[in-house]
Design a binder for this molecule. Structure first.
Ligand code: GDP
Ligand code: MG
Length: 397
């Protein structure tokens, strides 16, 4: 990961919805100026949601998500609709393509999106081959209570109008979430304790460390970093104690013991938990670990379909620690990728991964689903911090 690449998970996610053949893939191509999405006149060509990262002028880095079409038929069609529905979970803004046909389906999808507080930009495509565009626009407006933008993906007309509409509808809360929040500001000295022997591939820093450093540089903080064995020496060298120390949680105890009294302490994983979700809900969720029994059932959910080889925190470490604490009988289920169950009611606790591959919205949706069903939910970093007794010794927001 290079410093000037905005990780995909932090970009604004714009998803395109519409019937098959309404021109979703063509519109992605027109917006990106590339032939990335597969376009064809055989309905149902797009089977998997395809994502394309791009820079939209005035909006910044975003991801365009192509979807298969919500009027798909047959068994395969149901799977595709299910995937289209899943795309909603990471959508910040929706582009909904309408046709002049019966608008019932569009109406339902619009309601579905609005009920999730996703702003919708309505689009009438193929203006180049329509003879009565203004009257179709009026018809759609009267049925869906919103005026569509008439465009032609084929002729690349109306792209600027779409861009402006997206800008206007940008969710208020879409300013990039902050990792260090209000903990530090300009001129504050921050010490990063980053043992490099644990998870980082040779020659690299792990993403949370890179992202934290970048944010601190943007905030004009003064940054000092060291490995754990150089902590004492580093602290002695400094003219005054750091305002904040951020440590890898694996070496928390050592850092805690040496920390100057004036310095606040936190860990990368705790900061990332707040960045990628609701830290309070995660911390409250972790307290449910203490009331688990051998009859409890725990769900471990991982964002990556293929767990990284370097750490098997979810499949090995956490199950081992939990069973050691609670008993070998503890039932632990594991899901990954988009296989997050709708019905969570049989679980006593959900433990989610750090979600570096998900955007915040995706995690927030899962958190909301858990809290609606009154199931405590936490994440890997907070679980480990709880088990190590760190949580009451740190700052987190
Ligand atoms: N004339 C015209 N044809 C278009 C336009 N946009 C898409 N099409 C055609 O409509 C068909 C379906 O387009 P596609 O982008 O694959 O639709 P999707 O199924 O919604 O992804 C293709 O034959 C496209 O060439 C447009 O603005 N004007
Ligand atoms: Mg398509």
């Amino acid at each position: 990961m290079s410093l000037n690449n905005t990780p995909s998970a932090n970009r604004l996610h714009i998803a395109l919805f519409g019937r098959r053949n309404s021109g979703k893939s063509s519109l992605i191509n027109a917006l990106t100026g590339q032939d990335t999405a597969l376009v064809s006149d055989i309905p149902g060509t797009t089977t998997d949601p395809v994502s394309k990262a791009m820079e939209l002028h005035g909006i910044g880095p975003c991801v365009l998500i192509d979807t298969p079409g919500f009027d798909d038929e047959g068994t395969l069609g149901e799977m595709r609709i299910e995937r289209t529905l899943k795309a909603i979970e990471r959508t910040d803004i929706a582009l909904l393509l309408c046709e002049e046909k019966d608008l019932q389906m569009e109406k339902e999808w619009m309601q579905q999106l609005k009920s999730k507080n996703i702003p919708v930009v309505l689009i009438l495509n193929k203006a180049d081959i329509r003879e009565n565009t203004p009257s179709i626009v009026a018809q759609i407006e009267s049925e869906l209570q919103q005026k569509p933008i008439a465009i032609s993906a084929k002729e690349k007309q109306g792209m600027e109008e779409i861009r402006v509409a997206i800008l206007e509808k940008l969710p208020q809360d879409f300013e990039q979430p902050s990792i260090t929040g209000n903990l530090v500001r300009e001129n504050d000295l921050v010490l990063l304790v980053m043992p490099q022997d644990i998870q980082a591939p040779k020659g690299r820093l792990i993403l949370p460390q890179v992202q934290t450093m970048r944010e601190l540089l943007d905030k004009k903080c003064l940054i000092m970093s060291c490995t754990t064995d150089k902590l004492t020496q580093t602290l002695q060298t400094l003219a005054y104690p750091p305002k904040l120390i951020i440590t890898d949680s694996q070496v928390f105890k050592t850092v805690y013991e040496q920390k100057p009294e004036e310095s606040m302490l936190t860990s990368f994983s705790v900061l990332m938990a707040g960045y990628k979700g609701d830290i309070r809900q995660f911390i409250e969720g972790a307290s449910a670990i203490d009331s688990l029994t051998e009859n409890s059932r725990v769900l471990i959910a991982e964002a990556c379909a293929h767990a990284p080889m370097t750490e098997d925190i979810g499949r090995e470490k956490i199950p081992r620690l939990l069973r050691k604490k609670i008993g070998e009988g503890l039932q632990i289920d594991m899901v990954s990728g988009s296989d997050f169950p709708k019905d969570l009611s049989m679980y006593d606790l959900i433990i989610h991964c750090g979600a570096c591959m998900f955007n915040r919205k995706h995690v927030m949706n899962r958190l909301e689903s858990a809290s609606t069903q009154r199931v405590p939910m936490t994440n890997y970093g907070i679980t480990l911090a709880h088990l190590m007794g760190i949580l009451d010794k740190i700052v987190y927001e």
